[in-house]
Ligand binder design. Structure first.
Ligand code: ZN
Length: 210
């Protein structure tokens, strides 16, 4: 069970994330407050994954602060320490990169992540996919929803063996998604046929050349 000091730090992290994400909303139809997302990710890790390590739950609560808010690395380091900062950086995309390249990198690097970062990545994909099934963004046509779930399946493929309960929950979601969105998840071995093909150079000469 989480110690009192650990619980204290976890509540601090929730408070910090609430402030940082305060003006952001999710892309779902209700425009839910963004903070519901990182809290759901931490909750999935704890409740489904049975993971009680406070530093992992704290990193889960804070996982989108650097990528999506004005939070600096120094701020996280000062308030939550180097260990938490390192986990958050592992799961943060480089926003200066083009979207498909970021997707490609997530597939390529998922297998190299630390245990804590893998748990967050796994729960993040589970929560996002469930949200897409329950309340998809208004402007996302069926093909885009299918593509997101296929991509999440490809990222999670690289993480398997981390937490069986979270992986089972993800697989259940995949079954439901295929029924609901009427498509078949393609096996990982065909991953290079997708727009985020990880094992080829996707950059086209002349595209972003300086
Ligand atoms: Zn996230």
């Amino acid at each position: 069970m989480t110690s009192t000091a650990g619980l204290d730090r976890l509540l601090d992290a929730i408070n910090f994330a609430v402030c940082k994400h305060q003006n952001q909303v999710r892309k779902d139809q209700r425009g839910s407050p963004y903070i519901t997302h990182p809290i759901s990710v931490a909750q999935a890790i704890y409740a489904i994954g049975s993971v009680e390590e406070t530093h992992i739950l704290i990193a889960a609560v804070l996982h989108d602060t650097i990528e999506d808010t004005d939070t600096s690395e120094a701020e996280i380091q000062e308030q939550f320490g180097e260990n938490i900062l390192a986990i958050i950086l592992e799961v943060s995309d480089d926003k200066s990169l083009e979207k498909m390249e970021r997707k490609r990198r997530q597939v390529v690097h998922a297998g190299e992540l630390s245990y804590a970062a893998k748990l967050i990545k796994l729960a993040d994909k589970l929560v996002n996919c469930r949200d897409i099934l329950l309340s998809p963004p208004k402007d996302w046509p069926l093909a885009r929803r299918q593509a997101y779930i296929q991509w999440a399946a490809d990222v999670v493929y690289e993480i398997r063996g981390t937490n069986p309960s979270l992986e089972n929950a993800f697989d259940k979601m995949l079954l439901e998604a295929q029924k609901k969105l009427k498509f078949d998840i393609m096996p990982y071995k065909t991953v290079n046929e997708r727009p985020w093909a990880p094992y080829e150079i996707t950059h086209q000469p002349g595209e972003n050349d300086e």
